[in-house]
Design a protein around this ligand. Structure first.
Ligand code: 0CG
Ligand code: SF4
Length: 325
């Protein structure tokens, strides 16, 4: 976290004022807090190293911080040596993964966000009810791979965008249900669902929205500030689905947005002519990076900072029983 900050171009005149509108809620959600705590407590319980399958959350600064404490990150279970504890990331895993870990006699801990696990259970229930599942999500994302891995092959069909709905081969007689990834665009998903319901009026909806509270709150917070901003920065990683959706939300409000991983990436010239800058952070981006970005901008602009709070979040998830107490 402590890389030297880039130096702004030498000040030739008085710094220009910049109104900084900071969105709230932003940054860590309850699922990310829990996943990081699972890694930290596992290292304390088992001793280093503890293996983590996939980035625990999609942020390399979080990953680097945990590596320094004794975590080793791998992509596949067969990279975990016999006898080593292993943690599954917040995004969830196919059923075959914990089964393979158990078969190898590994101590494993599941950091899957409880809101992702809830979607997994719904998938099983819809399958038991004899329904084919239409899953709205992004191909290749680990959460999508994990959710598809809850049901037998061929029982779930992926829809990524509204055009995919017209390509489906089901009839209005087929027994269908839909579920979604937790970190999608609220607006795009609503359109896809409307198209599905128009084509298949019988389709069964989840009892409650699968898009999680953190995703929708962060998108609503961006919508609240973007119209007043000339430019918006989203602190987050390119492989973070929820962070990328925040960039899109701002763009669609007509406010250009940039994904920024940390302050060293910022070229001060990006702010030329910008009077109001919006700032938010994805659910996997630490608040320390938000402060780092603000501190850097303050080296070349006279920043006045305001936070706009559009929701309060009080969600806390219980730790797995192996680590509770
Ligand atoms: O937003 P996605 O699902 O890509 O995950 P990220 O790790 O960025 O955020 C929270 C979780 C899980
Ligand atoms: Fe859970 Fe939502 Fe956070 Fe993902 S973004 S970890 S689903 S609370």
């Amino acid at each position: 976290m402590n890389a030297p900050l880039p130096s702004a171009s030498p000040a030739t005149s008085t710094p220009q004022p910049l109104r900084l509108l900071v969105a709230a809620p932003r940054g860590f959600c309850a699922g990310v807090d829990r996943a990081i705590e699972i890694v930290e407590r596992s290292i304390a319980k088992y001793g280093a190293p503890v293996y983590v399958r996939h980035e625990i959350v999609h942020n390399r600064f979080v990953v680097e911080g945990l590596k320094a404490k004794g975590a080793i990150f791998v992509e596949e279970l067969d990279e975990v040596p016999d006898g080593s504890p292993v943690i599954f990331s917040a995004h969830g895993v196919p059923k075959a993964i914990p089964a393979a870990a158990t078969a190898r006699g590994l101590d494993w801990l599941d950091a899957t966000c409880p809101l992702v696990s809830k979607v997994h259970r719904q998938a099983e229930r819809q399958l038991e009810a004899g329904r084919h599942i239409i899953f709205i999500g992004h191909e290749g994302h680990p959460e999508v791979i994990g959710t598809f891995g809850q049901v037998p092959e061929g029982t779930m069909t992926l829809v990524e965008e509204i055009e995919d709905v017209a390509k489906l081969n089901f009839t209005t007689e087929d027994s269908l249900a839909f579920l979604t990834q937790t970190t999608l665009s609220v607006d795009d998903t609503a359109h896809i669902i409307a198209a599905l319901q128009a084509r298949y009026p019988q389709i069964v909806a989840p009892r409650a929205e699968d898009i999680c509270y953190a995703t929708s709150n962060r998108q609503a917070a961006v919508k609240a500030i973007a119209p007043d901003c000339d430019l918006l920065f989203v602190i987050g990683a390119p492989n973070s689905s929820n962070s990328m959706r925040l960039v899109e939300v701002s763009d669609r409000c007509g406010t250009p947005a940039r994904l920024v991983q940390r302050a060293t990436e910022i070229d001060p010239s990006w702010l030329d002519g910008v009077k109001v800058l919006g700032l938010t952070a994805g659910a996997s981006a630490p608040e320390s990076l938000v402060r780092e970005v603000i501190d850097f901008i303050a080296t070349f602009r006279e920043v006045s900072e305001e936070t706009l709070i559009t929701a309060e979040e009080h969600m806390i998830f219980k730790l797995p029983r192996q680590l509770a107490g």
